[in-house]
Design a protein around this ligand. Structure first.
Ligand code: TTP
Ligand code: MG
Length: 368
């Protein structure tokens, strides 16, 4: 088998790995990047403080300004009183939007599909990395690429669902990388204050605290009826989240996650030539589609359905995304040889996933 190919294992063992990325003090960091004299100083982005009489609010501020108690949405007059010597800068939205677009393009180039949720925040599905160890390596790489190409830091969380990934990314800001694998999920959640659950605002947190539920672990131990009395139909999901059972992945996205072909033989086949011939035809067709849409694939999978509908799947993740027929054929041949038990085959299928949609910003696919 080609040495580009690694880690063969059954698809059934797939564990969802979601990455959440959030830029650190985004607007302020862009201003500081553009004017390094501001580095290390309290910088506040927002309305004109007018010597403490301004009526607008703070958009965001540098971590140095946060040390004075300043935060987003605070009245700018209050920010001024907390730190009169801070540097107050009006927002430059066009610049932030441009930087955001560059970051999102980089992420799309890396992960194929992303779910952008705000100007500085996105989810990626890294399930094709197959292990948290590899995904963590990948995440560190993503942070490095953004630092090198955009000159900004971000905080990243890896976890088995989008909500846990978001909670993880907030854990070590700024410039953090927090990995919460299924094995560590329960111990991660247990001590966190209830307000750390996205969607639990100040009011809901107070309702929980009044009922004696301070931590997520307390919610997990609480009976569902008590939660239903407080939160009605939302109780089930809240309980599930607190117990580490949520597995929600990325939400709706315009880009395809996989492409596949299947072939059912007229008569169940035991002929390797016939089966490999069929695989070859499907690979050619899929590679043509990748070419047409300027996509590369990282994960190549095969599906065999035997007489009696017993179905087996197996896939392989490549070191580098590809659409080269020769490389993919080599992967498929290897998978087929390992999987096929010589029983008659009813249906054969090929699936390309981990699709990468490169873009002009991305310098080299080998970075990832
Ligand atoms: P956030 O990611 O919430 O904040 P941040 O990036 O400034 O800081 P952090 O390191 O904690 O992630 O929001 C992204 C940008 O959105 C932020 O830089 C400015 C803008 N924003 C507002 O304009 N008003 C607000 O109330 C908030 C929360 C953000
Ligand atoms: Mg941010």
């Amino acid at each position: 088998m080609d040495e580009n190919l690694i880690r063969i294992h059954p698809e059934m063992m797939n564990e969802q790995i979601i990455l959440h990325l959030d830029m650190d003090s985004f607007y302020a960091s862009v201003e500081i990047r553009n004017n390094p004299d501001l580095s290390g100083k309290p910088v506040v982005i927002g309305a004109d403080p007018m010597q403490g009489t301004g009526r607008g609010v703070v958009s965001t501020c540098s971590y140095e300004a946060r040390a004075f108690g300043i935060h987003s949405a605070m009245p700018i007059s209050q920010a001024y009183h907390l730190c009169p010597h801070a540097i107050f800068i009006p927002p430059h939205m066009a610049t932030y939007a441009q930087v955001s677009a560059t970051i999102m393009q980089i992420l799309r180039g890396i992960a194929g599909e992303i779910e952008q949720v705000s100007i500085d925040e996105a989810y990626l599905d890294l399930s094709c990395d197959r292990s948290y160890e590899l995904a963590a390596h990948h995440a560190a790489n993503i942070k490095q690429v953004i630092r090198n190409q955009v000159g900004l830091t971000c905080s990243v969380g890896l976890a088995p669902s989008r909500i846990y990934a978001k909670m993880a990314s907030e854990q070590q800001k700024p410039d953090g990388l927090t990995v919460v694998s299924p094995d560590t999920l329960e111990s991660f959640l247990k001590p966190l204050p209830v307000g750390k659950i996205p969607g639990i605002g100040k009011k809901s947190a107070q309702v929980l605290i009044n009922a004696g539920l301070q931590t997520i672990g307390d919610i997990a131990r609480c009976d569902i009826q008590t939660l239903q009395d407080m939160f009605g139909s939302h109780a089930v999901r809240l309980h599930q989240i607190a117990r580490g059972q949520d597995r929600e992945g990325l939400r709706e996205s315009g880009k395809r996650r996989s492409i596949s072909r299947e072939h059912t033989f007229l008569r169940d086949s035991t002929s390797p030539d016939e089966i490999l011939g069929s695989l070859h035809t499907m690979i050619l067709s899929l590679c043509h589609e990748l070419e047409e849409q300027n996509i590369y694939s990282r994960t190549i999978g095969i599906r065999i359905r035997y007489t009696g509908f017993i179905t087996r799947t197996k896939s392989v993740t490549l070191m580098q995304p590809t659409r080269e027929v020769r490389v993919i054929e080599c992967a498929i041949d290897g998978l087929f040889t390992e999987m096929w038990d010589r029983s008659p085959v009813r249906l054969i299928g090929v699936r390309f996933s981990g699709l990468i949609h490169p873009d002009p910003v991305q310098r080299s696919l080998s970075d990832f």
